[in-house]
Write a protein that binds this ligand. Structure first.
Ligand code: SF4
Length: 330
């Protein structure tokens, strides 16, 4: 299946969309390199580019997902496991890269590492720059599907410009309470915004479609990170997904929560999740008859903790997600 961005490039539509996004105003003029809440200017900030083998099996496949970790973020999660690159904007300034260089990195992931896809991690604050990089990458030979791997705190208007460009959406559905979203992620309107964004993503790509090897070609996978003390609102969020979005939605339940960054000093967030909390969510999956997706084993937390200051690869093991991610229903 040829990704839609190739036809959009040849019709001129991809260029039109890139220009439309570049002309759109956020509260500062980023084309003049002013920066706002996300501390990002005219150029994308690319912290790390690597083949990632620990994503969901349909994303990592056998050759890895071509992951592009963008620096900075539009949220401020106190427990962010990527805090070294998401919350350290002064240092991230040195990782600015022009869009053509980013396009070349994408080709490196596709051609030299053989990755199944290009996986933009934390892309929400740099959609115009990413679209421009895709415009640059198509004539260089880019042909693998694009994955949009976000917190779910996305602008629906920006997502509409990605219709037909992104093949696989991989958003989080992090909270069911704006109170906790505001307190722990500085995202006071998270619930409505993320649900609206996920609806738009699903409208564009629908249910997950995989090839004969089980590798994703198109569709939506919603991640849900279990937080301690019920802070993620798992019951409410999973119920919303199956009742309001679709009973066939693909869900990835993540159990890897670790109290890092500021979380060790916050009593409600200062521990990993318990066996009982994990089992409660497993029961919910059964009760809600969710059949599509994966669940992380408990105890997987350390396996998934990246270190962006390590030489080479941010993940210590090149483990396959198969080891610790189980299908919701076999
Ligand atoms: S949305 Fe993700 S990357 Fe951004 S601060 Fe929260 S956990 Fe970190």
């Amino acid at each position: 299946m040829e990704p839609g961005y190739i036809a959009l490039y040849h019709s001129g539509e991809l260029e039109r969309r890139a220009q439309a996004l570049e002309a759109r105003e956020c509260r500062v003029n980023r084309l003049q390199n002013e920066t706002g809440y996300c501390h990002s200017g005219r150029l994308p900030i690319v912290s790390t580019v690597c083949a990632h083998h620990g994503e969901e099996p349909a994303i990592s496949g056998t050759r890895g997902s071509g992951t592009v970790f963008l620096g900075n973020c539009n949220m401020r999660c106190v427990y962010c496991q990527n805090y070294q690159i998401s919350q350290n904007w002064e240092k991230q300034k040195s990782n600015e890269m022009d869009c053509h260089a980013l396009a070349e990195r994408m080709l490196y992931l596709q051609d030299e590492l053989g990755c199944h896809n290009i996986n933009f991690v934390s892309p929400s604050h740099c959609v115009p720059q990413l679209l421009r990089a895709v415009v640059e990458a198509v004539p260089l030979g880019l042909r693998v599907p694009l994955v949009y791997n976000s917190s779910g705190y996305d602008s629906t208007a920006s997502l509409k410009e990605l219709d037909g460009v992104i093949s696989i959406y991989l958003p989080d559905l992090r909270y069911a309470s704006d109170r906790w979203a505001k307190k722990f992620s500085h995202a006071p309107d998270y619930v409505a915004r993320a649900r609206q964004a996920i609806r738009e993503m699903y409208r564009q790509v629908g249910d997950l479609m995989v090839d004969e090897s089980g590798v994703a070609q198109k569709g939506l996978i919603v991640r849900h990170l279990i937080l301690p003390n019920g802070l993620a609102g798992s019951e409410e969020s999973l119920t919303w997904l199956v009742r309001e979005l679709s009973p066939t939605v693909t869900v990835s339940v993540m159990s890897q929560y670790m109290p890092v960054h500021r979380a060790p000093r916050i009593p409600l967030l200062a521990r990993k999740i318990t066996v009982a909390e994990h089992e409660t969510v497993l029961r919910l999956l059964t009760d809600l008859e969710i059949e599509n997706g994966w669940v992380q084993e408990l105890g997987a937390a350390e396996e998934y903790l990246p270190d962006f200051e390590r030489e080479g690869h941010p993940f210590s093991t090149a483990n396959s997600g198969d080891n610790i991610l189980h299908k919701v229903k076999d």
